[in-house]
Design a protein around this ligand. Sequence first.
Ligand SMILES: Nc1nc2c(ncn2[C@@H]2O[C@H](COP(=O)(O)OP(=O)(O)O)[C@@H](O)[C@H]2O)c(=O)[nH]1
Ligand SMILES: [Mg+2]
Length: 183
Amino acid sequence: MKLVVAGPFGVGKTTFIRTLSEIPTLHTEEAMTETGAPVDDLAGLSGKATTTVAVDFGRLTLPGEVVLYMFGTPGQRRFFPLWQDIARGALGALVLADTRRLADSFEIMDMVEEQGLPYAVAVNRFPESPAHPPEVLRAHLDLHPATPLVLCDARERGSSLDALIALTEHVLHGLPPSAPEQS
Ligand SMILES: Nc1nc2c(ncn2[C@@H]2O[C@H](COP(=O)(O)OP(=O)(O)O)[C@@H](O)[C@H]2O)c(=O)[nH]1
Ligand SMILES: [Mg+2]
């Protein structure tokens, strides 16, 4: 099962995937050069010759032999074509958010919704980030009642695993029941 871990820069995607992966994580930096300029919308980025798109990859086997392939991506709007490539075939997305800048996750939530992916939101706790009750966070993020919202610390395995399991259950719940065996 392929999952996308998305969120703004510095929200903890790389940390999250490193914490959970049972294989050494891959981390790629893709340089976006001027070759990409006609494709990528560089409005507001004049003078910026290159930028980097970091993609993380990790794998985690859950009990019951569900194997999760995690793809971490920043997913800004200007990388939407690349984002769509990475998200292709994914069954769901975990959107990471930081309470200091919740709005930074809106763009990503929109892209996930446009892609038609079920998702869960994991608020990654930083010491400087204000704590809000879940109902306040849900209202701020304008979450659908069925969308899971979890708190986690991406450096810590237990809470990160809980976040991923919440997403996995949400995804599996939405899948059509498997067809009965043909005889
Ligand atoms: N306090 C705290 N720091 C974190 C947490 N997750 C990540 N960090 C730190 O925040 C920084 C950015 O994390 P990183 O995983 O690189 O973010 P990314 O840009 O989304 O991949 C790193 O220095 C991490 O060590 C967390 O849950 N709590
Ligand atoms: Mg990263």
